[in-house]
Structures are given as C-alpha cells and as structure tokens.
Design a protein around this ligand. Sequence first.
Ligand code: FAD
Ligand code: PYC
Length: 416
Amino acid sequence: MTRYSALNLWRHSRQGHTQWPEAWGSPEPKSDYDVIIVGGGGHGLATAHYLAKNHGITNVAVLEKGWIGGGNTGRNTTILRSNYLWDESAALYELSLKLYEGLSKDLNYNIMLSQRGVINLAHTEHEMREVSRRVNAIRLNGIDSEILTPEQIKEMVPILNTGPGGRYPVLGGALQRRGGVARHDAVAWGLARAADSRGVDIIQNCEVTGFNIRSGQVEGVETTLGPISAKKVGVVVAGHAGVLADLAGFRLPIESHPLQALVSEPLKPFFNVVLMSGTVHVYLSQSDRGELVMGAGMDTYNSYAQRGSLPIIEQMLGACLELFPVLSRLKVMRMWGGIVDICPDASPIIGKTPVDNLFFNCGWGTGGFKATPGSGYVFADTIAKGEPHALAAPFSLDRFSTGALIDEHGAAAVAH
Ligand code: FAD
Ligand code: PYC
C-alpha cells in the first residue's frame, strides 16, 4: 500500500512520475484479429469495451489515424440528454444516458458526470406548442421531461433576459433534469483504459487506407502500418464515414459539415444548467474551469477541414448577448471545429453494410456524444452476433430505401 508522506511525495516528484503505469499500451499491430474497429473516438472505444466486457471478444484492435479522442469526441460541448421525439430514438438515447449514469463506476474512472439539467427555451407560440408535444411524447416513453414557465426559468437562470423587451421573449421551455454534461476526454480515456485492461490493442497513428474484400466479404484492412487481417471490421469514423464507405465500394446518405464551438475566459461559477435556444440559436453551459462553453448551428458547406467560418461565430455571440446582455464584455478565449456526419433524417446508421462482416456506425451528426456508451453497447452486440441489436435495428442503412426514416431534426437542437 502506498503511504502518503512528505518524503514519498518528494521522492515521486524527483522521479518525474516516471514510475506511473501507462493507462493503455502502444502495441505494434498483430497480423490478424477477430475484430478490428476503425476509429478511436468515444464510439469506437465504447464498442471495443463492450465487445470485451459483454461478449468476451478480446482479440480486438482499435485503429486510430491520429490520437484517441482527437476527433469529435474531444471537440464537442459535452451535452447529455435523452429527450428525443420518436420511440426508436428515445430507447437508444435513454439506454445511453443510463449507461452514463453508471459509467464512472463501470470504468473505475471519473467521467465527471454532472446532471445539472438541460433547458430548451421556447420563444414563440409555435415553439411552446412544439415543447408540449415533445414533453408529452418523451414522458410517454418513461423519460423525465417537464414544461417550465418563464418564472421558473428565471429562478434557475437569474441572469437570463426574460423581459418583454427582447427580440424573442422567453415564453417558456422544456427541462430534462437528468440531462447535463460529462468530461469528454475522460470518457475516451476511461473507455480506452478499460478496453486495454481486457486485452484490446489500441493502436494510434494508424490510418485505414483500404479494405481487403474477397467474394463480397471483408477479410481485413490496409493501413499506414501495413495490412491487417480480421474476421469482422466495425467502422466508426464520424465525419469520415463517407470516405471509408467509398473505400469499401458503397455510398452512404451522409454529408460532412463543420460544427464549431468556443469557450470564453473563465468566470466564477454562476450558471448551473445547460441552456439551449433554437430560435436565437445558441446553447451554453459553464465548464468546471469556469469557461462558458458555447455553440450553435453547423456551417452549411461540406468540408473535412476541422475548422469553420466566422459568420457562425458572430451569430452565436449575437444570440448569446440577446439572452444575456450582462455578458457583453466577456472575452472569447478559443474556438474550434469538428466534422460531423449528418443523415437526411438526423438519425444515425448502425449495422450491416453491403459487404459481409463489415459494419458501420455513423451519422450521429451534431449529437453523438450523449450516445457514446449506448452506441458502443448496441454496436458491439451487432458485431458479436452478426445481426442488429433490437435497439439498433430501426437505424439500419436500408431505412433509406424502405422509407422508414426517423426524423429527429427537432431533437438535434442544432440547426442542420
Ligand atoms: P470521433 O470522436 O470523431 O471519432 C472518429 C475517429 O475516427 C477520429 O478520432 C478519427 O481520427 C478516426 N478516423 C477517421 N478516419 C480514419 C481512418 N481512415 N483510419 C483510422 N481512424 C480514422 N454531441 C452531443 O451529444 N452533445 C454535444 O454537446 C455535442 N456538441 C458538439 C459540438 C461540436 C463542436 C462538435 C464537432 C460535435 C458535437 N457533438 C455533440 C457531436 C459528437 O461530438 C459526435 O457525434 C461524437 O463525438 C462522435 O463520436 P465518434 O466516436 O463517432 O467520432
Ligand atoms: O446534441 O445536445 C446536443 C448538442 C448540443 C450541442 C451540440 N449538440
């Protein structure tokens, strides 16, 4: 047992922490695996974690072209909620929120989950009617959701301008109390450590450049570190899903767009909810470091460059000042962008592809951080059994030919 004493602390500081074990290894790739997961974001790592934990499949490699969590997982604004309209989505996002509620314990890693509540503001009569329709639908699925009056919102967010003078006065809103935020890096790191501890190889700086397909069946991948064989391959590359599908010889109904966010200089804690407005179009929360974390709609052009354009930032800050005139002298510290993968119905694609034993999980667009553990859970099950998990089945690729779309543009809360 480690003894905490001034002498021990001094010894550790002299060693420069060189004795600390790595949280996950950096192995050379083996020549073949039972399963290869392409993409070391949260969804890929969660898939590897649940393949090992729930299905005992540990001869698994996660191949990441950069560093784990360096894609959208490490670039998002960390909002978690399960307030989706349709039954299929509600079941999937609620599974994910429940898994998040137990994730720190499951991984023995603090993901800093903070269920501080997510409020969606309504500024017009039409939006208020939409709020009541959604709240009722969500509650019918057994998920917590409630309608707030302007007075209740003002009590929760005293600095919000709810006065009648605003361009779009606040008429009310919807609240999911179990919604909130979690530390995005910690989610990736905790999942990586847990997968690694069960024998999964996490291989960074390894880009997949092609698929080895024979007689309609995938047999492995080509990478920048050479070819690697696998019985099954799962692809979870978010904004690059279209690129990887093209390498495998089929097309996806996905568009890739930049989505931006920014943080302000740090302030003392004053804002203890997540607040979203789809009308003036900004959403914000306060990070544990005191920064205000903000975002808005995506950039409307297609791109693979992880950066966006200034007009979106200007609109976002204009919207922020409409809601919070008190923040007019706040300084912006950093802004960044990620590339999100948008389906026509703003719902994901999870499951089989035209190539046997090749599975895709993509299309989470602007809202997949909240889905990370749920997505990994159902995708691992789908890969292990070769058939879609019941919760993943409605999200199969063939819905775009059957027409059974799951339109969640309204729940996305971010303009597409
Ligand atoms: P990623 O984390 O992007 O992982 C994919 C990985 O694949 C990347 O690391 C990439 O390097 C790798 N890759 C790509 N091509 C290859 C290749 N050829 N070979 C090997 N590896 C490859 N969602 C929410 O729920 N709440 C939010 O508040 C929220 N805010 C957001 C704000 C912004 C600014 C952005 C950009 C996104 C936001 N999202 C949010 C969406 C969310 O971040 C994503 O849906 C989610 O993180 C996707 O996770 P992922 O693991 O699928 O993708
Ligand atoms: O899905 O809640 C969300 C979200 C917020 C900001 C970007 N996505």
